[in-house]
Design a protein around this ligand. Structure first.
Ligand code: SAM
Length: 219
């Protein structure tokens, strides 16, 4: 029999919902804990949350919104954030693409992280992959000039799709050019899946798109 979920949150419950974000705005979510965040970061699909926990602990002046589609993962992460007393983190159960498309202000974010989103390897499921042209355009809208969209995958066909849509977006310049992606980014905090897949010898692909007013012609 599976282990039952623990619903009580040790410490403060830092979950929020879409309505709250729409009504209060990103900064409003953090009003009780932070006066003026120096930076604003979104992570989509935080999974078990290792990456977000470590990044948020290292950058207490940065406000982090973690968005996850799985209720169970949000609940478990809320317990970890409560235990760690991370005042600069908010968690939301939602689809990342909907949050970007409908709920965030233009030019708000400094970074967006999408680490190892589900690859949906069957051709007929490719439309379910998070990284599509519309997503990348919405991400560009939400980022401030100079902000970065970070994307990682271990899946080769998905890496080709990510490369194509990021290259096709005039509001992003490849921060790793002339490489299309890197297989290793020095100093990067590793996610839970990343550690497992690195150990299994899977090929990793890291992309970084820097938000620009418009890519120079011919790029
Ligand atoms: C393969 S796991 C990677 C987890 C974590 N980022 C890591 O690298 O360890 C993908 C995660 O994305 C979540 N997810 C899938 N589709 C999503 C979406 N549209 N919006 C937000 N989260 C999503 C899943 O529930 C899952 O936790």
């Amino acid at each position: 029999m599976g282990r039952s979920l623990k619903y009580e949150i040790p410490g403060v419950d830092r979950r929020c919902d879409s309505l709250e974000l729409a009504e209060r705005g990103f900064d409003g979510l953090f009003a009780a804990d932070m006066e003026n965040a120096s930076r604003r970061v979104l992570e989509i699909g935080f999974g078990r949350g290792e990456f977000l926990l470590e990044l948020a602990a290292k950058q207490p002046e940065t406000a982090f919104l973690g968005v996850e589609i799985s209720f169970k993962r949000v609940l478990k992460m809320a317990r970890k954030v409560g235990r760690a007393e991370l005042r600069n983190v908010r968690l939301m159960e939602a689809k990342g693409e909907v949050v970007l498309r409908d709920l965030l202000q233009t030019g708000l974010l400094d970074e967006i992280w999408v680490n190892f989103s589900d690859p949906w390897p069957k051709d007929r499921h490719a439309q379910r992959r998070v990284i599509q042209s519309a997503f990348v355009r919405d991400a560009a809208r939400c980022l401030a000039l100079g902000g970065t969209l970070h994307v990682a995958t271990d899946d080769v066909p998905y890496a080709d799709q990510i490369d194509e849509v990021m290259e096709g977006e005039v509001l992003f310049e490849n921060a790793f050019a002339p490489e299309r992606w890197l297989g290793n980014v020095p100093g990067r905090i590793q996610t839970g899946y990343e550690i497992e897949w690195r150990a299994a010898g899977r090929p990793l692909h890291f992309f970084a798109g820097c938000r620009v007013a418009a890519k120079p012609e011919g790029d």
